[in-house]
Each structure stands twice: as C-alpha cells, then as structure tokens.
Design a protein around this ligand. Structure first.
Ligand SMILES: Cc1cc2nc3c(=O)[nH]c(=O)nc-3n(C[C@H](O)[C@H](O)[C@H](O)COP(=O)(O)OP(=O)(O)OC[C@H]3O[C@@H](n4cnc5c(N)ncnc54)[C@H](O)[C@@H]3O)c2cc1C
Length: 382
C-alpha cells in the first residue's frame, strides 16, 4: 500500500494550489457576483493544459492519471466551485464523446480547440421530465435523408450560453423501414445549426458564474457524421463515463469543503469572545476537528476510487461511495463553517456563504445522494 504522491502528482497539486491562492481566490467573489462565465480564469486554465489532462498525448492532451486530475480539480474548487464546474465539464463530459466517437473532422474542428479552451463543449441529457430517470428522455431523433431531425427540450445544460457544441441524448424510435429497434443515441449539435435555441439561463442559488440553461431543439437537422454513437448505444457509452463523473464530483466537493474549513479556521483564530480567540473553546475545536476529519476521509475515498478506475479495476460501488460521502461531508462542513462564523457566516461579504450555497451543486450533479445509495445497495446484494 502506497499513499505517497508521485513527484508528478505533487507538482500538479502545488501548481494548482498556487493558481488557486494567487489567481482564483482573489476573484472568486467577483465572478460569483457577476453571474457570468469566468472567461479569464477559464482561458488561463486552458493555457495551463487543464482540459487535456485526461486525454492521451497523441490526441493533444497530457495523458495524466485520474488521481492527478482530482488533485488539480480539488484545488480549483477550493477557490471557486463555479470555475471548477466549468472546467470539469470542459475536461470530461463536454468533450469525451467527441474524442471517443467523433470522426477526424469533428476531432480537428471541435475537440482539439476545446482542449485549449478555444471551443466550449456541453452535455445535454436532463429534460423537464427526465432527471435521475434518463430512460424517460423524450427528445426524439428521426432518420431523414443524410441525417436526423431532432426535436425536444433539454434542461440544466451547463455552459450552454457560451457553448460551441452540445452533446445531445435523444431517442431514435423504431425505424419504419428496417423495423430495427432504436433507443438512446448520442448526437453532436453545433451552435449554429438551424432549429437549436439556447433558452433562458436558470437563476440559481449557487455556482452563479456557471451559466446553466434550457435548450430547445425544433426540427434541428444534424448530419449523419454527427450521430456519434450507434443507434441505441447512448447508455452503453455513458456508463463508461459515470464512475469518472462521480469521482471528479467528489474531488470538487472536497475542494469546496476545504475552502469553507480554511475560512472557519482563520476566523476562529482571529475572533475573540469572552476575552479569548474562539478557537480556544472546545465547542469550536470539535467542529473544526470533525470537518477536517470528514474531508480527509472524503479525499481518501475519492483517491481510492480514482486509483481503482485508473487501474481498470471494478469501481462502480466505490465511485458512488466516494461521491456520496464527499458531497455530504463537504455540505456538512460548509454548514459547520457558517456556524463558526455565526452572524458573519450569514453575511454576503464573507466567502463562507458562497461555499455554503455552491456546495449543493455537488449533492446533485453526477447523481443525487438517494440514487447513489440505491446503486451502492444494489452492488451489496450482488
Ligand atoms: C447546477 C446544475 C448543473 C447541471 N448541469 C447539467 C448538465 O450540464 N447536463 C445535464 O444533462 N444535466 C445537468 N444537470 C441536471 C442534473 O444532472 C439533474 O438535476 C439530476 O440528474 C437530478 O435530476 P432532477 O433534478 O430532475 O431530480 P429528480 O430526478 O426529479 O429527483 C428528485 C428527488 O427524487 C429523488 N429520486 C429520484 N428517483 C428516485 C428513486 N428511484 N429512488 C429514490 N429517490 C429518487 C432524487 O434523489 C431527488 O431527491 C445539472 C443540475 C444542476 C443543479
């Protein structure tokens, strides 16, 4: 058993920790207030090679392991969960299917520039009536001459207002000519395709600098080349990504929790009541100790699951556990941090309220806690 970071992993953590302290943290409040996509920091991370970390060198990435990526993402999330959400989308869910399934033209025109942050990608699964239950996706794709016509409505599409391309899950019905059965299929829609409309940005309580919108597809024609998966293979391909999505969401949660813990530790050392700093009171010490212990355990679980995934070992259960434990521990840590600051934890001028609002994102994305528990329970009874 080896818990030591490799020299490369140590460098990754130090690089992004410094980037967080010097660049992200000083701007985090402002970007949250602006409710706008954090272009400057996003591009800077693109220049640092963030979006290519998980892709092979021969395809323009740097081929880093999943543990390194988690270390980097935790540091970004410690500074700003909005930015972490944007870069996680760009590094994995928003680009992965183009890399896995796109042809040379798609990879050259869209995927490669996306690794540099020059094009923005998104993923569109959720619909008004299809959240946890992707089987109830109602968006349809109908085969026509040279391609497909897509109709439907998507919800909660991260980065939609700034996206250049959208990976859309749609159902291809029974083929009238061949009688072949259809199913969930993955399509690529580019932003200037006729029939695509990015709707209103949803007003959110947290990750306010991560724009999230509805999307309408109205007889949107996509050419054959943009039907990325074989008909009905959407879920099969999505399954290959689920563990990684959960693990990196856990890594983001650890970062958000740490951001709040650090604020609480600093405040408790400064704030004096009854003639002494409040960190001399056991009630406060116990809170800080619990938060730190839970976040440490969460990080270990995330890295264990990442290591399993990296080594192609079964990790369905562990990735669900890592995401479940990390997001719940981090949400609790943010709540506890607000209690340490008391009235100042309630004040908009202190960052703890932002961590408390933002952390809820990690309780939802990648599967809710309830769904993750169902997955774990199912694995236990196998
Ligand atoms: C900030 C943000 C960004 C997002 N970005 C994207 C994106 O880019 N692309 C995208 O496709 N989606 C995105 N989503 C959507 C997200 O993936 C869904 O919100 C999530 O899958 C949950 O779906 P839902 O909100 O419809 O909840 P529902 O599925 O309706 O669940 C409601 C409640 O019922 C519970 N529940 C549901 N089914 C069961 C069950 N079988 N047993 C027990 N409990 C159950 C849930 O746990 C939850 O508590 C985003 C969401 C947010 C908040």
């Amino acid at each position: 058993m080896d818990f030591e970071l490799s020299p490369e992993q140590q460098t990754v953590r130090d690089t992004f920790a410094r980037f967080c302290d010097e660049k992200i943290a000083p701007q985090a409040e402002a970007i949250d207030e602006a409710h706008e996509f954090p272009w400057e920091l996003f591009r800077a991370l693109g220049e640092l090679g963030f979006f290519g970390m998980r892709y092979p060198e021969e395809d323009g990435g740097s081929g880093m392991d999943l543990n390194s990526f988690c270390l980097a993402l935790t540091e970004v999330a410690r500074g700003s969960m909005s930015l972490a959400g944007a870069v996680a989308m760009q590094s994995l869910m928003g680009t992965k299917f183009l890399h896995m399934l796109g042809d040379d033209d798609i990879r050259e025109r869209l995927f490669e520039p996306a690794l540099l942050g020059q094009k923005i990608g998104s993923i569109c699964m959720t619909e008004p009536n299809a959240g946890s239950d992707l089987g109830s996706i109602a968006t349809t794709a109908v085969k026509v001459d040279g391609g497909y016509l897509i109709n439907g409505q998507k919800m909660w599409v991260t980065s939609a207002p700034v996206a250049d391309f959208f990976t859309v899950f749609a159902k291809v019905g029974e083929d009238k000519e061949t009688g072949e059965e259809g199913g969930l299929t993955i399509f690529l829609v580019e932003k200037d395709f006729e029939g695509l409309a990015v709707g209103r940005a949803i007003e959110k309580m947290g990750v306010r600098a991560l724009p999230t919108s509805e999307l309408a597809l109205d007889d949107c024609f996509v050419p054959e080349t943009h039907c990325l998966s074989a008909v009905g293979d959407g879920v099969k391909h999505l399954r290959k990504l689920l563990a990684e999505i959960r693990i990196i969401t856990g890594a983001m949660a650890v970062g958000g929790g740490r951001g709040a813990l650090n604020e609480a530790v600093a405040y408790a050392a400064e704030r004096k009541q009854f003639g002494k700093p409040i960190n001399r009171f056991q009630a406060i010490q116990l809170k800080l100790a619990d938060m730190a212990t839970d976040l440490e355990a969460a990080e270990q679980l995330v890295h264990y699951a990442a290591w399993l995934k990296q080594n192609d070992l079964p990790c369905h259960k562990q990735s669900a556990m890592a995401k479940l434990f990390a997001s719940e521990a981090a949400a609790k840590a943010c709540d506890q941090a607000a209690r340490v600051l008391a009235s100042y934890g309630f004040a908009m001028e202190y960052p703890v309220q932002r961590h408390l609002r933002d952390i809820r994102f990690t309780l939802i994305g990648g599967g809710t806690s309830e769904i993750l528990k169902l997955i774990i329970a199912k694995e236990l009874s196998k």
